[in-house]
Design a protein around this ligand. Structure first.
Ligand SMILES: Cc1ncc(C[n+]2csc(CCOP(=O)(O)OP(=O)(O)O)c2C)c(N)n1
Ligand code: SF4
Ligand SMILES: [Mg+2]
Length: 342
């Protein structure tokens, strides 16, 4: 049986991973399927991607996609440090990090705030279910105030908003989606992969075992009823011709051209939203937080933030592929450095 291959000469099967051991219906499984679809449609060579995660059901999920990409499963909350070291050492790779709301917003918050400052070439997905799924459903820092869970009681604390933290921390790409909206997840993933720098993708991903009653903000029922997309999003790869006028009415689009020449097309819904306006992004997130709405879409993008390689003027050849002779300073350079110490 022949299956269709993409421009990298690969079939969709080449992007899959091991069979999932997560609960049936878990939002994390839907996200894994969209990662497979996005990578296939973008003709990515899996060996040019590297996967990172912390600990949690979400952090297990890189095993279930892109089995040909190298993967690191780190410690709980420490994925950002792992990704920073690896991507600093090899600037030729695109990073794909998968974390959970516990992994990122509880134990990992300190690391999260610092990765935002560094603009690594990394897609950072938070599979956000409002609970610690793997350890049997304790409240995470993103659980809404007043949430009642059978074994936990009532959550007395205000939630952390991942997108707001990302925005105020200086992230150059911030988006939110919902695992039950696969088309939007896929288009945002493609845009995040094309972004040169750190792309934060907060995806509401219901935990069907511990947090899926309809009144919970991280359930399928609530998210379906309260999702407020700020636009319809389409990603147009660099090789495809763009004929805007034929598909959309003039004036209804926001067209963001990426560094590689690909395009993100945002079709206006009820509001005229400009994702390049940071203050408007903060305002709309705050409004959504206070009005109990789940704002989804590309919330913010800034293509002009220098990446970590630009800040440190790293060579195009990855540090980890240089020979010892290239990396070792000459005796004269060492002497110069030593002389500066006195
Ligand atoms: C340092 C450390 N503290 C606590 C734990 C226990 N632990 C494992 S997973 C987890 C929470 C996972 O929650 P989240 O990141 O939201 O992932 P989910 O399972 O919900 O996808 C905790 C507290 C651990 N593994 N390591
Ligand atoms: S416990 Fe929850 S988060 Fe973990 S696999 Fe099951 S549904 Fe998913
Ligand atoms: Mg969780």
């Amino acid at each position: 049986m022949s299956s269709k291959v993409n421009q990298a000469g690969l079939s969709k099967g080449d992007y899959r991973g091991a069979p999932s051991t997560l609960c049936q219906g878990c939002g994390h499984n839907s996200i894994a399927s969209q990662i497979i679809a996005a990578a296939y449609e973008l003709d990515i060579v899996p060996e040019n991607m590297v996967k990172f995660s912390g600990i949690g059901c979400s952090s297990k999920s890189p095993t279930y996609f892109l089995s040909r990409s190298f993967g690191f499963n780190g410690l709980h909350g420490r994925m950002p440090a792992l990704a920073t070291g690896a991507l600093f050492a090899d600037v030729t790779l695109k990073g794909l990090g998968v974390s959970g709301d516990g992994d990122t917003a509880s134990i990992g918050m300190g690391q999260f705030k610092h990765i935002l400052r560094r603009n690594l070439n990394l897609v950072y997905i938070v599979e956000n279910n409002g609970v610690y799924g793997l350890t049997k459903g304790q409240f995470s820092a993103t659980a809404e105030k007043g949430l009642r869970l059978k074994k936990q009681g009532v959550n007395p604390y205000m939630p952390v908003d991942i997108c707001m933290e990302a925005l105020v921390g200086g992230a150059s790409f911030v988006a939110r989606s919902f695992a039950g909206d696969p088309k939007q997840v896929k288009e945002l993933l493609k845009a995040a992969i094309a972004h040169k720098g750190l792309a934060i993708l907060d995806i509401i991903s219901p935990c069907v075992s511990f947090n899926n009653q309809d009144e919970s903000y991280h359930s399928y029922g609530w998210a379906k009823d309260h999702e407020a997309p700020i636009h319809d999003i389409s990603f147009i790869p660099v090789m495809d011709e763009i004929i805007l006028e034929d598909e959309f009415e003039p004036g209804e689009m926001r067209d963001v051209t990426m560094h590689d020449g690909s395009h993100i097309l945002l079709k206006k819904l009820e509001r005229d939203y400009d994702p390049t306006n940071r203050m408007e992004a903060i305002r709309i997130l705050d409004e959504n937080y206070r009005n109990d709405m789940l704002l989804t879409g590309l919330i913010y993008i800034n293509k002009d933030v220098p990446t970590i390689e630009e800040v440190h003027n790293l060579p195009e050849t990855a540090l980890n592929r240089m020979s010892e002779a290239q990396l070792r300073p000459t005796p004269e350079t060492l002497e110069e450095i030593n002389a500066q110490m006195f």
